[in-house]
Design a protein around this ligand. Sequence first.
Ligand code: ATP
Ligand code: MG
Length: 551
Amino acid sequence: MSEEKSLNFIEELIENDLQSGKTKTLVTRFPPEPNGYLHIGHAKAICLNFGLTQKYGGYTNLRFDDTNPVTEKTEYVNSQQEDISWLGFEWKNELYASDYFDQLHGFAVKLIEDGLAYVDHSTAEEIATQKGTPTEAGKPSAYRDRSIAENLALFASMKNGELPDGACTLRAKIDLASPNMLMRDPIIYRIKHAHHHRTGDAWCIYPMYDFAHGQSDSIENITHSICTLEYVSHRELYDWFIEKLGIFPSKQYEFARLNLTYTVMSKRKLMQLVNENLVSGWDDPRMPTISGLRRRGYTPESIKEFCERIGIAKRENLIELSLLEFCIREDLNKRAHRVMAVLDPIKLIITNYTKGEETLIGENNPEAEDKGGTREIPFSNELWIEREDFMEEPAKKWFRLAPGATVRLKHAYIVQCTDYKKDENGNITEVYCTYIPESKSGEDTSGINVKGTIHWVSAQHAKTAEVRLYDRLFSVESPDSEEGDFKDYLNPNSMEVISKAYIEPSLVNATQNLGYQFIRKGYFSLDKDSTPENLIFNRTVGLKEAWKPKS
Ligand code: ATP
Ligand code: MG
């Protein structure tokens, strides 16, 4: 974060509130519903909420918004916590809206007692018809003017399980002519005989989102309740409940949600991909989930940098996936160890190398201040090189291998191609070279200049690994805005598996928390399913992209 960076509108607002004394201690919350794994959109909300209290003091709560018993699971609670911690944020209190069921119920009773809520036996369709339209006032339900005593008795029957699902609802009595449709007597409690992941079977009535969220904020003394723009029209209702209940005046502020190209960003849709086995799970490296990005090799720093760069806006927009890729590439450029791996191998045989073998030394990371230390790289007369680094009939400006051409073998010697062999299908199988003994990297006295450098792995020393190459999950920029089902737009080539790549032996010690640059091939990370016997690497991101951020 550079100091001269201008404040976003929420920071401005908070600075004003702190200066005027309206806010003494800043308290924010991150309120996920535990109905799926968190995605990069949530990361934006996490960075914003936790970032604000890191900057201005105060604290941030993690509150699970678990008022919908049917969709919520403990598995999701755990994964959401893991993801927030991995991003590097610490919550002050771990809280659950379901812990407030008693208090929320008490608030509902208070509204009834104040003549501000009633039990309605109208069906969903009746309620919908009575609601009217934005230009035409709604009509009162036949049950709107029941007595307080009758409402209290009926609400008690609802709570005591005496009524089946859907028999009636509790509605706030607000304003049937309000231009804001949400103010036309919204439902605040419904009957649902369902098991809850925390409260078990204690309740068979559950509060609606609007009756739970603001009051939970208020119970926790949240000063700035930050949510996405879909909730703008809910703000009036949020304020109404707080005012009528006379509880802590939390305030809601809205910002634009993150939308990213070539993916979808909704737990519900991501769940479909998981359930229909269109991906391997929530943490499939192609998923925009935090766990997917982690498995793909993204670092917390790269995700935070991305969130910082996109900033906080008041209007919806669509962010390029390539910006996210730019951020991880920049980060890995600083951290990743450089290694050599050959993904599509052909043999290179050095006919005049009589030493048998030798050990060369390679710097791990020329971009790092300490160069990341060094490693040993075994060299011998038979190497694997990349098929695409040899051309039988070289194109113009071809600086790699071709009959008669010279290249440098990275960290090693200059070689010149003398011959090659093909199989019956015309595929190159072997390339023959001679090497120049005086041209060893770092002590080159040959005086020969070559334009190309290629990577290689010594055939007798090489280890093998499975390598998974990923592409965009969808083949269109905005699958949500296309006609038909978003799943029709999945990219059929989003994953390519190379079952046997040759890797340099130092990679047997690879660990999951380090990224690796396979020289000239991209950034890779060890997959969580990798074992010493069966190494698996995921390509995090390629090395280059024409796109650069406007700075
Ligand atoms: P989803 O549709 O993916 O389930 P949601 O908004 O229903 O999203 P919640 O678990 O309710 O998911 O969200 C927790 C918090 O994360 C909310 O404050 C929400 O506004 C925020 N959030 C969710 N999606 C995004 C997004 N794409 N960009 C920014 N913030 C988001
Ligand atoms: Mg939600």
